[in-house]
Design a protein around this ligand. Structure first.
Ligand code: 4NP
Length: 157
């Protein structure tokens, strides 16, 4: 059965497209592409239709990962559609959970902070790099790279 994975951040132009790109890169490397459907979305709508931020694209490309997704906003259908919804920070967590309606009891357990999968980082949240410098983009990729290895391992068990 194909597992459907959705990464979520605020704008869907920095962190969650990077997570999507890293996940796709890793499942290709591990010959697991047929087992997953991967997407990303934002809790906000400001950047809908846009490519990822050019700084995020350049930083990912320097690691061999091309980011080509277009920003879209998450909606309640995504909560039904996806098996796992991995968010970057606690604001995202709250925003996604606010979409849950009364008859959707099983959805809560699908939604997790991505860094809950990280064994090497003490951080709980992937910091928003949008208003910072280059280091912030490198840090996002390092954190995601580590957590997504663990995430994939947990999904193929
Ligand atoms: P993201 O970063 O949530 O990682 O895509 C942001 C992108 C844009 C904005 C904030 C965060 N913004 O305020 O426009």
């Amino acid at each position: 059965m194909v597992k459907k994975i959705l990464f979520v951040c605020l704008g869907n132009i920095c962190r969650s497209p990077a997570a999507e790109g890293i996940f796709k890169h890793k499942i290709k490397e591990r010959d697991l592409e047929n087992f997953f459907l991967v997407d990303s979305a934002g809790t906000g709508s400001w950047h809908v239709g846009n490519l990822p931020d050019r700084r995020m694209r350049a930083t990912a490309l320097s690691r061999g990962i091309e980011l080509t997704s277009r920003s879209r906003q998450i909606d309640v259908n995504d909560l039904h559609e996806f098996d796992q919804i991995l968010v970057m920070d606690k604001d995202n967590l709250e925003a996604v959970k606010s979409l849950i309606e009364d008859d959707m009891n099983s959805v809560n357990s699908k939604i997790k902070l991505i860094l809950s999968y990280s064994k090497n980082s003490q951080l709980e949240e992937v910091p928003d790099p949008y208003y910072g410098g280059q280091n912030g983009f490198e840090k996002v990729l390092n954190l995601l790279n580590d957590a997504i290895d663990e995430l994939i391992d947990s999904l193929i068990e």
